[in-house]
Design a protein around this ligand. Structure first.
Ligand code: ZN
Length: 98
């Protein structure tokens, strides 16, 4: 792989890494506070469409980015729906103080 490809792969992997705190908090704490299910559903659909294009034109970096986005937004949408209305103690206190 050439240098631009490696730079792109690094960017795609950082994008996936950035989702870990959100997904971890959502699943571990069963807390869906502040998560917009509609936004994540739209990002999921958007990622699927863009990934289809990336596969079609053989863009490896954008295919990897798309797969990461599909997995992350899909997990967040699924679990935010599963734990709808539930929040951790921290977010419960924050919500009360508003
Ligand atoms: Zn929380």
């Amino acid at each position: 792989m050439d240098i631009p490809g490696m730079i792109g792969m690094a960017g795609a992997l950082i994008s996936g890494y950035a989702y870990i705190p959100q997904i971890t908090h959502l699943i571990k704490e069963r807390c869906s506070a502040g998560i917009s299910r509609k936004a994540y559903l739209l990002w999921f659909v958007s990622s699927a469409l863009i990934t289809m294009n990336a596969i079609w034109i053989h863009a490896i970096v954008f295919t990897l980015l798309g797969v990461i986005q599909i997995c992350a937004t899909g997990l967040i949408f699924y679990f935010s729906n599963h734990y709808r209305g539930q929040m951790c103690l921290y977010h419960h206190v924050v919500e009360k103080e508003r």
